[in-house]
Write a protein of this length. Structure first.
Length: 256
């Protein structure tokens, strides 16, 4: 949870260095829905990277996040277009339901207890739940190995393991693996949108400065590890940042 609440101090960097989401994601979600989506709720909206994609296409989005600084940054980029609510997922009161509930690289921060029941209470019957995100990886194995070696004195890994322990070689990854077992959702699908970047080494390190594993380090260690990583990088780096989307439909009749 401390990692989940560590982003506010770097809200401006998060906005600067984290990429947005492509229109292909919007197309994927709306085609899956099979009907117009008029209202949406985002869980863990951060600075609104995903919020603005859906809001820009006429969907009334309510963006929620527990961090006031992240929501303030969101409002600077989508002023007046969305409703913002400062709240963790677990603190959202059931009542209003939405045609779409989504989480962009944020669902793993939610607590597992009653997660799917809580989500189901927010999605209108027949509505859609979507979770999407993916690793931000150096494409060149040699460069990745050099970064791992530079990082090793400070961090063994900067990744977050699968919340339910699903091995990476399994065809259906989390959260689809849990959604398939949930009585509140059906028609679970997993889709991948290919995404590639070329970026300056300094911008790549800027991206790392928004990753929770580094934010948990003491500031002196953080500066050292970033200096070490920057020293082993070429001037520009190629990035693989495929988006894995999981889609599910709220069952029309609540489960007993």
């Amino acid at each position: 949870m401390s990692r989940a609440l560590s982003f506010g101090e770097i809200a401006e960097s998060y906005e600067r260095f984290r990429p947005g989401y492509p229109v292909e994601l919007l197309t994927l979600v709306t085609r899956y829905a099979g009907r117009p989506i008029r209202t949406a709720l985002e869980i863990g909206a951060g600075t609104g990277k995903a919020t603005r994609l859906f809001a820009a296409h006429g969907i009334a989005v309510t963006a929620t996040d527990p961090d006031a600084e992240m929501l303030a940054e969101l409002r600077r980029h989508v002023p007046g277009q969305v409703t913002t609510v400062r709240a963790a997922f677990e603190d959202l009161a059931p009542g209003e339901t939405f045609g779409l509930v989504f989480a962009a690289a944020a669902l793993h921060w939610t607590r597992p207890w009653r997660r799917w029941q809580r989500l189901a209470a927010l999605v209108e019957p027949g509505g859609v739940f979507a979770s999407f995100g993916g690793p931000f990886q150096l494409a060149a194995p040699a460069v990745e190995q050099a970064v791992q070696a530079a990082r090793a004195p400070f961090l063994d890994s900067d990744e977050i393991p699968s919340p339910d322990g699903t091995p990476p070689e399994h065809a259906m990854q989390w959260p689809g693996s849990e959604l398939r077992r949930s009585p509140w959702f059906t028609d679970v699908r997993q889709e991948v949108i290919e995404r590639r970047f070329t970026m300056a080494a300094a911008d790549y390190v800027g991206h790392l400065s928004t990753v929770s594993a580094y934010l948990q380090l003491p500031s002196v260690d953080r500066e050292q590890v970033f200096d070490r990583i920057l020293a082993v990088l070429p001037p520009t780096v190629e990035i693989n940042a495929d988006i894995t989307a999981h889609l599910a439909r709220r069952t029309a009749v609540p489960a007993a």
